[in-house]
Design a protein around this ligand. Structure first.
Ligand code: PMP
Length: 399
């Protein structure tokens, strides 16, 4: 991790300002949620208007229904919505619903997919101790770890084989593997997952915490035209305020009225729901998603050209407004390719970008907001190239 203990005093649109009044083009976006950019006027006004009425009531609020309708209208297959506060909680809700619906305990997840910080979900996220806090195992593909089985992303045969036994409640996935390389799903993979889950009565869960409302208006489910049973939403849904949700088929979500516990003191907080309503409305402005695609492509192509021009081996993956830079990797189609990227070189590059006013995530992922202009993107490509030159001038060589 590069040495950049930054403290910010505020943000405006695509930019953040630190305590020394330096400004940075922001591609971290609070690790994703700030999809409209900082201080969006409509979002700010909506929150301000809600604040005088109190934060939480212990009973329903009309905004719960209004925002649920908005989610249902956008997300393929969504008939009901349950609120949570964070993505980590919402993935647990999805798991519990799947277990309640099937009476089965085990679930499948894919190597490198992140579904929050709970012990049950962290397994298999990364090799070594980070991913295996709860179980102390290796986290290798296909290792059977108590209730969870880790499979390689794209290995439909492994899923098919495992689901034959009627033991698995659910298959979880990030439909675009944003947390480990921005890997698009292999062709037809999501459709095949849908098919095999249907055939075996297994609940298909799309964790759209990153992809929801970002990969398209209806998330990755819409982009790839596959309807999961449950969709986990967070991050972009409320533009930076703490809201998460599980949306999906009524037969699963209505289990909470017949014994499957769903709780959370702050669930459905009206202030964050006001933020969600304003965010989803703003994302309906004309050409938001077209601009995301264009800016994502420009950023990705610009980075790739800079790498080629300076003889630095690397790969850029891009799906919509999420871009991944991997140094030292020729092609990144799998989690293992992603793990092979040269992080040391990238950390140096990142420091040179920070010095030039671009704030981006360690690990190589970039998020674009609706506030990023074409000029911002062009400027960023220039900064990337200048930072690359500076990194090479330091004597760093990609592994
Ligand atoms: N799922 C995915 C795909 C995520 O990227 C994240 C967070 N990065 C989570 C779940 C957990 O969300 P939270 O940090 O809100 O708990």
């Amino acid at each position: 991790m590069p040495p950049h203990p930054l403290f910010f005093q505020g943000g405006n649109g695509s930019r953040l300002t630190d305590l020394d009044d330096n400004t940075y083009l922001d591609y971290v976006l609070g690790w994703g949620p700030v999809i409209l950019g900082h201080g969006h006027p409509g979002l700010t006004e909506a929150v301000q208007n809600q604040l005088p009425h109190g934060a939480t009531y212990g009973a329903g609020h009309v905004l719960e229904a209004e925002v649920a309708e908005m989610v249902i209208e956008r997300i393929p297959g969504a008939e009901r919505v349950l609120w949570s506060n964070t993505g980590s909680e919402a993935t647990q809700v999805a798991l519990r619903l799947a277990r309640g619906a099937t009476g089965r305990r085990r679930f499948i997840k894919f190597g490198g997919h992140y579904h929050g910080w709970s012990d049950a979900m962290l397994v298999g996220y990364r090799p070594g101790p980070t991913g295996d806090l709860a179980r102390g195992s290796e986290g290798q593909p296909e290792a059977v770890l108590d209730d969870v089985t880790i499979v390689d992303w794209g290995d439909i045969e492994a899923v098919r084989r495992l689901l034959q036994g009627d033991e698995y409640a659910a298959v979880f996935c990030e439909p675009v593997l944003c947390n480990s390389g921005v890997l698009a799903p292999p062709e037809n993979f999501l459709t095949e997952l849908r098919r095999v889950c249907d055939a075996t009565g297994t609940v298909l869960v799309f964790d759209e915490v990153i992809t929801g409302f970002r990969m398209s208006r209806g998330g990755a489910a819409e982009r790839y035209d596959v309807e999961p049973d449950l969709v986990v939403l967070a991050k972009a849904v409320a533009g930076g305020y703490p809201l998460a949700a599980v949306a999906g088929r009524a037969e699963f979500l209505e289990l909470t009225t017949s014994g499957v516990v769903h709780a959370g003191t702050y669930n459905g907080n009206p202030v964050v729901l006001a933020a969600a309503k304003a965010t989803l409305e703003a994302l309906d402005e004309p050409s938001v998603y077209e601009t995301f695609e264009n800016h994502g492509r420009k950023l990705g192509e610009g980075f790739a050209q800079a790498l080629t021009a300076h003889g630095v081996p690397g790969t850029i993956n891009q799906v919509g407004p999420v871009v991944q830079c991997m140094i030292g990797v020729k092609e990144a189609a799998t989690f293992t390719d992603f793990l092979a990227a040269d992080q040391k070189f990238y950390d140096r590059l990142l420091v040179h970008m920070l010095r030039r006013g671009v704030f981006t995530l360690p690990g190589g992922r970039w998020y674009l907001s609706a506030a990023h202009s074409e000029h911002d993107v062009e400027q960023t490509v220039d900064v990337f190239e200048a930072a690359l030159k500076a990194t090479l001038a330091d004597g760093a060589t990609p592994a």
